[in-house]
Design a protein around this ligand. Structure first.
Ligand SMILES: [Zn+2]
Length: 344
């Protein structure tokens, strides 16, 4: 009988251990390949998850399944916080299919779909998104934060929003940014790209910047006349690497150590953006989820930093941040090769 009871005890202890997320001391960031959309999965040391954008709908739920596979690799089963940067189909189109596969607890966006919508499919996609969120979403304003749990013995993880719906955090009282002398304007972007949610996530000495598909003039507003972002370690290359985004004034102001671009084989990955990033004295590595097949190999980053050389690939790039060592490590899912960088 005693042996029987201890066997039961052992089984229940094992089950309890399995039910808990794995113990980790690192913060993880996964770049899911959604073929020219965006889906960035962040998992904190406490096991809390933030997903930024969900890729496309359709293709037999391709992107939702890829996000679920990334969640499995990260050892999580639910999304605690889903941030939709803006209402374009390659960012929010995948929400209904993902919501069928996994539980999504909290939804964040920049507010109601602007009127008039860009086209009729956007209206339909927005209705599907709201239905998948049970009409319960939180509207983000610059300066808002998401409160995240911290793990004992590790620094807090903070997520702060810097822009939403074209509004940016005011920076008047800060020092003037000398880079702004070179700032040039483009014609006003009236699309929802310009309303993208922008945030900075910090863990110890590490800072990560994600601006969705934000475009040129609002990028400039974030750093001119004063830089409200600061310098960052990891820069998510904005708008899949298109050159109507990634304003060099912003790039020089945030001076990242590593940049990761979520582009498709035929979307984003502009030669200009690659050139501007390479010119940054701070930059030690530029990663691309795909090789841009429309330009030369020399205009892409080096093959060792590309997760998918062929159009068919679906490999990820992921980042592991160690606050105690003040380092972060980037792994190319295709080669499994890792490189470690010092946090600023
Ligand atoms: Zn996009």
């Amino acid at each position: 009988m005693r042996r029987f009871l201890s066997a039961i005890l052992l089984v229940s202890l094992t089950m309890a251990a399995l039910a808990k997320p794995p113990a980790r001391k690192t913060l993880e960031i996964y770049y899911v390949d959604v073929e020219g959309g965006a889906a960035t999965l962040i998992v904190t040391p406490a096991g809390e998850s933030i997903l930024v954008d969900t890729g496309w709908p359709g293709f037999e739920s391709r992107d939702a399944k890829r996000i679920q596979a990334a969640m499995q690799q990260a050892g999580i089963t639910e999304i605690d916080h889903l941030i939709i940067t803006h209402y374009h189909v390659d960012h929010f189109g995948g929400v209904p299919e993902l919501a069928k596969l996994v539980t999504i607890k909290n939804h964040y966006n920049h507010g109601e779909l602007p009127n008039p919508p860009e086209n009729s499919s956007q209206t339909r996609q927005y209705a599907n998104y709201l239905a998948a969120a049970n009409n319960k979403t939180t509207t983000i304003k610059p300066g808002d934060t998401i409160k995240l749990r911290s793990l004992k013995g590790t620094p807090p993880v903070t997520l702060r929003f810097l822009a939403a719906r074209g509004e940016t955090l005011p920076g008047k009282t800060r020092e003037a940014n000398p880079v702004c002398a070179d700032a040039k304007q483009m014609p006003e972007d009236k699309s929802d790209n310009a309303r993208s949610i922008v945030f900075k996530l910090s863990y110890g000495a590490f800072d990560f910047f994600d601006a969705g598909d934000l475009t040129w003039n609002i990028e400039s507003k974030l750093v001119c006349p004063s830089n409200v972002i600061g310098k960052v370690d990891l820069y998510q290359v904005t708008h899949h690497g298109m050159d109507i985004s990634n304003n060099p004034v912003l790039l020089k102001s945030v001076s990242p150590t590593v940049a990761i671009m979520n582009n498709g084989p035929k979307k984003g990955g502009s030669a200009n953006t690659v050139k501007w990033l390479r010119e940054l004295p701070s930059l030690q590595a530029l990663y691309q989820v795909h090789r841009n097949v429309a330009i030369s190999n020399e205009q892409n980053t080096a093959p060792e930093y590309i997760a998918n050389i062929d159009e068919q690939g679906s490999e990820m790039i992921w980042v592991s941040v160690d606050a105690a060592k003040k380092t972060f490590t980037v792994t190319n899912g295709r080669t499994k090769a890792s490189k470690t960088f010092a946090s600023k």
